[in-house]
Design a protein around this ligand. Structure first.
Ligand code: ZN
Length: 390
């Protein structure tokens, strides 16, 4: 009969191992190995080697292909003391992974060698429940949720577009949501501005927004900016945020937000709505193409539609604002393809989405060839739309 000790000794002789300092060097190499932590969750929670992927030993065979699809890729496995990892390597060999080594001395040996380790990121138990449908998505996971909780998104306007975008961002666990709006809730807003309710008429929109967003998710901090964005305050307002959602109802603000965001290198998710039609796009952090590539100059005042007269289908900003929130979450997580360089136009009457390609204009006054973005001067255009906000 083979005893555990004999089997371990036998395997040790066959299975390649790596010493902690050699692993440290390999992790800084261009062809760094995939590092798998096969300890139990309670051990992993105490500390881990930076960059390791945690797959408890019991799930290793089941999950390794998702983490390391290439069977030729170099892999290092570690446990607490370097015993369980030897058996893990044997299993991986059986699955066709032949470039696998076990860390000598495991995590204990790594720490004893004075090498860096970190506390793994984790969620509170109530957050694990609240965000479970996110963390179940491998593309998001706990790490992604932690990113969302650390993210700061600015919603310009707490109106038709700002309502659905900020509400979904709050529900998703975006940790800080800035809301800029100088207005108070009016009864004519309630047909589409779902942040606000009948009992809030006459209350500042930023206050109403905070009440709704915090009720949805107390994890969210709401920065209330009860002001109008101008050339004097635009940079200070935008600078603290990672992503800007432009839900403004007027050209003056859109140009100002575009120019200030370009100066600061912040991505802007732009949307606008008119009657039964909405459009949405992303002006990326690298600034190309930008709003001025689309509309180099504001239209003459008499051609700009007056919001008060135009009217809008109440549900339309809901659709466009939710698309904005989706793009914001993708930007925070670095997921998928954003709408950068693409303008999506939604026609509610025909239920049709069209996509137009946007190109950078080399002559664009703010992102064109040779333009120094840091030197962009902010302009306060005349407000075209003094009527109720859409
Ligand atoms: Zn441009």
């Amino acid at each position: 009969m083979v005893t555990f000790d004999t089997l371990l000794r036998e395997l040790r002789g066959k299975i390649p191992e790596i010493e902690p300092p050699a692993l440290d060097a390999a992790l800084h190499d261009a062809r760094r190995p995939a590092l798998i932590d096969v300890r139990e969750p309670d051990e992993h929670a105490q500390g881990m080697i930076p960059g390791a992927v945690h797959i408890p030993r019991g799930f290793l065979e089941q999950r390794i292909e998702r983490t390391v699809p290439d069977r030729e890729a170099p892999v290092v496995v570690y446990c607490a003391g370097g015993t369980r990892s030897v058996f893990a390597v044997r299993s991986l060999n059986e699955l066709g992974y032949h470039n696998v080594r076990s860390l000598v001395g495991g995590f204990t040996g790594w720490k004893r060698a004075g090498l860096p380790w970190e506390q793994p990121i984790s969620l509170r138990p109530d957050q694990e429940t609240r965000y479970s449908r996110h963390t179940l998505l491998p593309e998001v996971g706990v790490a992604g949720q932690v990113k969302l909780l650390a993210a700061k998104v600015l919603c310009i306007g707490a109106g038709g577009l700002g309502s659905p975008s900020s509400m979904y961002l709050a529900a998703a666990g975006i940790g800080t949501i800035g809301v800029i709006d100088d207005d108070v809730v009016d009864a004519s807003n309630l047909q589409r501005q779902i942040l606000h309710g009948t009992d809030r008429v006459g209350i500042a929109k930023v206050e109403s927004a905070e009440t709704t967003l915090r009720a949805l998710n107390p994890d969210v901090k709401v920065d209330k900016h009860r002001t109008r964005i101008t050339s004097d305050n635009a940079l200070a307002l935008i600078a603290p945020y990672d992503v800007i959602i432009d839900g403004a109802d007027n050209f003056a603000t859109r140009y100002l937000v575009n120019d200030a965001a370009l100066k600061l290198g912040k991505p802007v998710i732009h949307a606008s709505i008119f009657r039964f039609e909405g459009q949405v796009t992303v002006f990326p952090a690298n600034g190309s193409p930008c709003y001025r590539c689309l509309y180099p100059q504001p239209p003459p005042a008499e051609e700009a539609p007056s919001c008060a007269e135009a009217g809008v289908l109440g549900v339309l900003p809901g659709i466009m604002g939710v698309l904005q929130a989706t793009e914001a979450i993708k930007l925070v997580l670095g997921l998928g393809e954003t709408l950068a360089g693409r303008l999506v136009v939604y026609d509610a009457m025909k239920t049709r989405f069209r996509e137009l390609k946007l190109r950078r204009d080399p002559k664009c006054p703010t992102c064109g060839d040779g333009v120094d973005r840091r030197a962009i001067e902010l302009i306060d255009y005349e407000q075209f739309c003094a009527g109720p906000k859409h």
